[in-house]
Each structure stands twice: as structure tokens, then as C-alpha cells.
Design a protein around this ligand. Structure first.
Ligand SMILES: *[C@@H]1O[C@H](CO)[C@@H](O)[C@H](O)[C@H]1NC(C)=O
Ligand SMILES: *[C@@H]1O[C@H](CO)[C@@H](O)[C@H](O)[C@H]1NC(C)=O
Length: 423
């Protein structure tokens, strides 16, 4: 009995020592690749299977091989309840009485395709996310992260990148990949995302569990130390990552959007959409302000931008021979979003203009379809993949905040060093 206090002391010292020695290598790394055809992003999941990154998705799902073990999740388990916490609007099947597969009494989930919206019923199973841990500079060592995923029929892969076999939901839900890595690896429920621009360039990076994050150009610089923050806003019944946009400016002039336009519906970060979508009550005044500011640049002695026939789905396209080129892309008026908390997300030519032909570049904002201006059931701004590229984003579900930092023009998300450091 007398020895017990010593033992307790030894254990507590070990616990104290643990975070210092191991914390930095429990975060999990995934290279992020952009698919040229769909402009969606994928990460490797295990054994050659790639799955699509969906920042608004609540679950992980894939087309499981028929030989997977029978599911260990009874219909009445907590995990089954969590898998069905968010109702899928397009999914008529996902009624409570359908959560059980009657033939073998296991939990069913309702994975859905983030592009087409189609859904299907599938068993919930145990799987593994096979990846490397990282210290924020290099991969360190391989890990098998235990995870729960839903199985889906292969018809659910329609419109996803060729070769992709499922979806990695990265929303704020308990069965999204970040929360699953957090509980398996004992890391914080947050992740870093740095989406690559180039369709053929080196992969960008996702780090589950959080920073630091370094790139090769300046290996000592940790970009997670340079983040500006804005609160993540919880929406009832929706686990996607919402933020607040207070105002929008083109150059330094505020865009006259109707009062409440930005507040109704909020703004959401969504890799499902290759480009940023704006509800019409925000889109029309922004396009108007942008056109006028670009014309002023010409009137003040800059090149006079010549508008050309737009490429769908864009509405404003220009002849690139009439646009000046700079380190930060085409010289066009910058668009600045002032976010909740007061920090600015500034978008310059690299984030605003997309090349659509040999001599055509378009303003990479798209008007939302099927929703009226002011309709609060849709977000007023949906920030799409193109505008998130080459920006370090930290989604922190624990602290309920989004960190963001645009990478300087001399580096890119594709500059992470994927060479394992030799011990
Ligand atoms: C771990 O990193 C090494 C070095 O980059 C790479 O060869 C290997 O494929 C990675 N493993 C996984 C599972 O991603
Ligand atoms: C990448 O990391 C490895 C291992 O730390 C290092 O030896 C190599 O010099 C790095 N490469 C570059 C280009 O920084």
C-alpha cells in the first residue's frame, strides 16, 4: 500500500511528459489533389482509394468491397444515431423507421453525393484511414486511424472525379473525418486545409489535428502563426462551416448590397462548388461595382479591359490581352470580405479571375440558381474551392473559429515537403 503514492506520481509525471514529447506527431497528413475535369479535390483514404473532400459533408462514405466484415453497429447504437443526425433533404428514404436493415439488423446510414444530391442507403462499417502523421514540415510515420464509414452503391459516384470511391465529409459533425481523427489520435477537433491551384501541380495539404504548417520556400515559417480569425457560426440542423460576412468592398468602396442581404442565410465554405456562388441580391451589386471599378482603372491610365462573350456559368469575361498581369494575377479591382470579428479576407486577381480560353479570363463568381434574392433558406455567399486555393484555412470546431491566411505569391499549397524525414 505504501508504494501506491510513488506509482501514482510516476504515472502523473508520464502523463505530463506525454503532450510535450508526442503532441507534434499525432496530427495526420493527407495530400490534396485537384481533379482537372470536375475541379473537385481528393485525398487518399487507404490502399489506393481516393475520396472527395467535402467541407460540408457530415459522414465518410465509400463503395465498400463486399468482403468487409459484418457491421458492428446495432440499429439502436449511439453511433447509428450520430450517423443519422442530419436529415438529407433530397433523401426520401432517410426516415427513422428505415434506419435498420431488417435482413441483418445492422445500422443503415444515408450517404449522399455532394454534387448531384443523390442519396442511397448503406451499412455503417468500421474502416481505416491509412495516412502519415506529420510534424507540420514532413510526413513522419504511417498510421492506421480507425474510422466509421457508410457503404454506398457505386451508382452514388456519379459526377465525382474518375477513380474516386467515396467522400470524406469534413463538416462539424461527430462522424466527419476531423472528429474521427481527433478521437482516435487524441488531437484537437480541427484541421488545416490548403487547396492546390494548378490542375497539374503538386498536391496541396490537409492536416487533421492542426498545425504547425510549413512550406519549402521558407522552411522556418509557420503559417498557422499568421492566421486571422473569424467565428464559425453554428446552424441548427446543418453541420457545414458557416461564417458571417459583414460587408463587401471592391477596392476601398463598399458594395451597396441591400440591408440584411448578407445576414440572411449566412456564408458557408464549400468545396463542393468549384467557384464562389452569390445569391442574386449580392451578385448583381457586386458585379456592377466590379465592372465600374475596372472601367475606372482604364480611365486612370491603366489598360482598358475589353469585355468578351462570357463562358457559362460566368457572366463577366475579358480579353486577357487587355488586362495587365502582376505577381498577384491580373490587375483587377480587389474584392474584400469583412468578416464577423472585423478581419478582412482580401481577394486579388489570382483569386478572382479564372482563365477560360487562350485569351479569355472570367470573374470567378457565379450567380446562384434556383433561389431568389433575400431567400434566407440559401446562404447569401457560398465560398467555393477556387477562392480557397493557396490560402491556409484552419477549421477549428473546438474553438469554433476559422483561421485564414493567403499564402504570399512566392509560395503555394503545392509546396509542402512530402519527403519523409529520416530519423
Ligand atoms: C507516407 O509518406 C511517404 C513519404 O512521402 C509516402 O511514400 C507514403 O505513401 C505515405 N503513406 C501514406 C499512407 O500516405
Ligand atoms: C524536404 O525534407 C527533407 C527531410 O527533412 C529534407 O532533407 C529536404 O532537404 C527537404 N527538401 C526541400 C526542397 O526543402
Amino acid at each position: 500500500m505504501a508504494r501506491l503514492p510513488v506509482l501514482v506520481l510516476a504515472v502523473s509525471l508520464a502523463v505530463l511528459a506525454w503532450p510535450a514529447s508526442c503532441k507534434s506527431v499525432r496530427s495526420v497528413l493527407a495530400p490534396v489533389t485537384k481533379d482537372p475535369a470536375t475541379r473537385l479535390y481528393t485525398i487518399p483514404f487507404h490502399y489506393g482509394a481516393n475520396i472527395v473532400v467535402d467541407t460540408a459533408g457530415p459522414l465518410v462514405w465509400s463503395t465498400c468491397t463486399p468482403d468487409h466484415l459484418p457491421a458492428a453497429f446495432p440499429c439502436k447504437s449511439d453511433t447509428c444515431r450520430l450517423a443519422n443526425k442530419y436529415h438529407v433533404p433530397s433523401c426520401s428514404e432517410s426516415a427513422a423507421d428505415k434506419l435498420c436493415d431488417p435482413s441483418h439488423k445492422v445500422c443503415r446510414a444515408f450517404p449522399y453525393n455532394p454534387v448531384t444530391g443523390a442519396c442511397a442507403a448503406g451499412d455503417l462499417i468500421h474502416t481505416r484511414f491509412v495516412a502519415n502523421t506529420t510534424d507540420g514540415k514532413n510526413p513522419v510515420s504511417q498510421v492506421n486511424v480507425r474510422a466509421v464509414a457508410a457503404c454506398a452503391p457505386s451508382k452514388l459516384l456519379e459526377s465525382l472525379p474518375q477513380g474516386a470511391s467515396g467522400v470524406a465529409g469534413l463538416a462539424g459533425s461527430d462522424l466527419a473525418l476531423p472528429a474521427q481523427v481527433a478521437s482516435a489520435q487524441k488531437v484537437s477537433n480541427k484541421f488545416l486545409l490548403c487547396l492546390p491551384r494548378g490542375l497539374s501541380s503538386d498536391p496541396g495539404v490537409a492536416v487533421f489535428g492542426g498545425g504547425p504548417l510549413h512550406f519549402m520556400a521558407q522552411p522556418e515559417r509557420d503559417y498557422t502563426k499568421e492566421l486571422a480569425y473569424t467565428p464559425l457560426v453554428a446552424k441548427k440542423g446543418n453541420p457545414a462551416h458557416y461564417i458571417t460576412i459583414k460587408s463587401i468592398a471592391v477596392e476601398s468602396a463598399s458594395v451597396p448590397v441591400p440591408a440584411q442581404a448578407l445576414a440572411t442565410g449566412g456564408a458557408v465554405l464549400c468545396t463542393r462548388s468549384p467557384f464562389t456562388l452569390l445569391r442574386s441580391d449580392v451578385f448583381l451589386p457586386l458585379v456592377d461595382a466590379f465592372t465600374k471599378a475596372l472601367a475606372r482603372q482604364g480611365a486612370q491610365g491603366g489598360p482598358v479591359a475589353k469585355a468578351v462573350k462570357p463562358y457559362a456559368p460566368f457572366q463577366l469575361c475579358y480579353d486577357t490581352r487587355t488586362l495587365a498581369n502582376t505577381r498577384t494575377g491580373y490587375l483587377v479591382p480587389a474584392v474584400t470580405l469583412t468578416l464577423g470579428g472585423g478581419k478582412n479576407w482580401r481577394m486579388d486577381g489570382l483569386s478572382l479571375m479564372v482563365d477560360m480560353g487562350p485569351t479569355t479570363a472570367c470573374l470567378a463568381f457565379v450567380q446562384m440558381q434556383g433561389v431568389k434574392g433575400g431567400d434566407g433558406s440559401a446562404p447569401s455567399v457560398l465560398i467555393g474551392g477556387f477562392q480557397m486555393e493557396n490560402t491556409v484555412l484552419e477549421f477549428d470546431m473546438k474553438k469554433k473559429r476559422l483561421g485564414f491566411a493567403r499564402l504570399p505569391s512566392f509560395t503555394q499549397c503545392g509546396q509542402f515537403n512530402f519527403t519523409t524525414r529520416s530519423a
